[in-house]
Design a protein around this ligand. Structure first.
Ligand SMILES: *Cc1c(COP(=O)(O)O)cnc(C)c1O
Length: 228
């Protein structure tokens, strides 16, 4: 059985190989460890192997892990769907939010971001697969949303996030990620982040400009939701 440290080494070499294949500089892509459903011991192992950035989808689960890991200097990323009644805790307990897809949520995060903390880093989740996904703003709504979020005082708009429809076909992956990159370029805002690519499609995402890849299964193994 492979350990988390082995998996991290493997994923890191996939990332480095994809950077090279795309003629991008080494370490231009960062690894976000998606630890949803995994026990704190798994995060400690990943930390020991060098990872510092962790992504969580479920607020209560994330808060209880954070409470158990206060001894580690971790950077926390919220990457799941956001309900209005969860914005205060997210604004207080995370460094990044990758899954903002409407203005109301962004306004609440800005209002509720504590004054003693730096601005909250934000990615707008965009839906490039049409009907296939309910999360994410439409490409048509993106320019107005990006301009409005860019003006909020306690947020720092960093870029876009996308979860294209899963497929093993490289050409289809490439087309979806290229669309995200084009949308970002069309905004003409000073953005430096593309959060895209998961365990099965990180090579394609990196070829199309990803700066964060969000990796769960390839680091921690399959998720067993039935075990809670
Ligand atoms: C679960 C999840 C991931 C990780 O997916 P894997 O296929 O396990 O690598 C990435 N991003 C988001 C938003 C997720 O919910």
């Amino acid at each position: 059985m492979s350990t988390i440290a082995d998996n991290i080494a493997q994923v890191s070499s996939r990332i480095r190989a994809a950077e090279q294949a795309a003629q991008r500089s080494a370490h231009s892509v960062q690894l976000l460890a998606v630890s949803k459903t995994k026990p704190v011991q798994a995060l400690r192992e990943a930390y020991a192997a060098g990872l510092r950035d962790f992504g969580e989808n479920y607020l209560q689960e994330a808060l209880s892990k954070q409470a158990e890991l206060t001894d580690l200097p971790l950077t926390w990323h919220f990457i799941g769907p956001i309900q209005s009644n969860k914005t205060r805790a997210i604004a207080e307990h995370f460094d990044w939010v990758h899954s903002v897809d409407r203005l109301k949520i962004a306004q609440r995060l800005s209002e509720q971001r504590p004054a003693g903390l730096p601005p909250l880093n934000i990615c707008i989740q965009v839906n490039v697969s049409g009907e296939a996904s309910k999360s994410g703003c439409t490409p048509a709504d993106l320019p107005a949303l990006a301009n409005a979020i860019g003006a909020l005082p306690r947020l720092k708009l960093r870029g876009l996030m996308a979860i294209p429809e899963p497929t093993e076909e490289r050409a289809v992956q490439d087309a979806a990620f290229a669309a995200v990159q084009r949308l970002q370029a069309s905004l003409e805002l000073p953005l430096d982040t593309l959060s895209m690519g998961m365990s099965h499609d990180l090579e394609s995402a990196i070829a199309q400009g990803a700066t964060w890849v969000r990796i769960g299964t390839a680091l921690f193994g399959a998720r067993d939701y039935s075990a809670g």
